[in-house]
Design a protein around this ligand. Structure first.
Ligand code: 5GP
Ligand code: ZN
Length: 142
């Protein structure tokens, strides 16, 4: 069978453009400007609650409930919209559940939420799950 050259190597202008790759697959490494990257690396001190290979949990500086813990991936991921690694995402979710157990929230219940983008009310552009408990949560959220 003859080997075809040229056509198979041509890049699709839509799916292979640098802009497309930048928006869909590029996750920036830890940056000096990301507060939660600094927390994950230990450069900014926090009250550490728990950690695993992929994630770190610490108390929110301005708690919105008697228990308010943030769970973040060690790696810089801007939000859940850019999270593609299922093992990493699973480790973040598992740590959130472990924090709730550790904080004694399991029986009464609790809420895990990740604000995403402007309408979601996200203020720090590094993926984080809020673990909130110790009081009854309202629904729908504001
Ligand atoms: P978001 O608004 O992005 O969903 O959540 C960001 C959270 O980070 C807020 O609840 C805010 O109180 C918390 N936060 C912001 N800066 C710091 C900090 O320096 N240390 C800690 N522990 N939490 C912070
Ligand atoms: Zn970051």
């Amino acid at each position: 069978m003859p080997v075809r050259t040229g056509a198979a190597l041509r890049l699709d202008p839509v799916t292979s453009s640098p802009r497309h790759l930048a928006t869909l697959t590029y996750i920036p490494p830890m940056t000096d400007s990301c507060l939660f990257c600094k927390i994950a690396s230990g450069a900014v001190p926090v009250t550490l609650i728990a950690q695993n290979d992929h994630a770190v949990a610490f108390r929110d500086i301005a708690p919105k409930a008697p228990v308010h813990v943030l769970v973040i991936p060690r790696r810089h991921i801007p939000s859940i919209a850019q999270a593609t690694d299922q093992a990493e995402l699973g480790a973040v979710a598992a740590l959130a559940a472990e924090v709730a157990r550790q904080e004694g929230l399991e029986q009464a219940g609790y809420r895990v939420v990740t604000n995403t983008g402007e309408d979601g009310g996200q203020s720090v552009a590094h993926l984080h799950f809020h673990v909130l408990g110790g009081r009854a949560m309202g629904w729908p959220p504001g």
